[in-house]
Ligand binder design. Structure first.
Ligand SMILES: [Mg+2]
Length: 181
């Protein structure tokens, strides 16, 4: 039985690494503040430890006002979310950066301004297994359960045995099949 809410299928999408370019924003801010340059492809671990020139202190910039709202939309994401909305109610489940006072409010504004997400369709929490959905698109293997789809990124290559999508068109095609639409 597919998970529904008030008769509608719930299709969930993660934000960072799926809709928003968190890693690219880190690269931009670190280059500007520290003159340290790296590419998104050089981020092959969640904690950036293998990224050339990365220092743990750089994560402090993620807590600054403007960091979240300044993120770029990932290619194809606006198209993808619009397609998913043809299948059901699309919600965003996103985990806020710990200890960042303006993260949640900036994220809500960003999701509204780029994707027309109403605040009732945004869930900000760390444990995504608490949220019932038919399917979730996420780049973190730890969040994947049931029919969820892993979005392929340089930092999740180590995860084996999960269904993954490298682009939005294949992700939408997968969801269509899983939801039988
Ligand atoms: Mg993510």
């Amino acid at each position: 039985m597919m998970s529904t809410h008030l008769g509608k299928l719930i299709i969930a999408v993660d934000c960072d690494g799926v809709l928003s370019d968190f890693v690219g924003r880190c690269a931009e801010v670190v280059a500007a503040r520290h003159g340290v340059h790296f590419t998104v492809d050089q981020v092959t671990q969640w904690d950036f430890v293998t990224t050339p020139g990365w220092k743990k202190d750089f994560f402090q910039h993620c807590k600054e006002p403007g960091f979240v709202y300044g993120m770029q939309v990932l290619p194809g994401a606006v198209w993808g979310v619009d397609k998913l909305r043809e299948f059901g109610r699309v919600i965003c489940i996103t985990s806020p950066f710990g200890g960042a006072p303006v993260w949640a409010s900036e994220r809500e504004a960003w999701l509204r301004d780029h994707f027309r997400f109403d605040r009732k369709d945004i869930v900000q929490c760390d444990d995504k297994s608490l949220i019932t959905r038919a399917v979730l698109l996420d780049d973190n293997p730890e969040n994947i359960q049931g029919d969820d789809l892993l979005i392929d990124r340089p930092w999740n290559q180590h995860a084996a045995g999960l269904v993954r999508a490298c682009a939005w068109d294949t992700a939408v095609a997968y969801v269509r099949v899983v939801l039988n639409q």
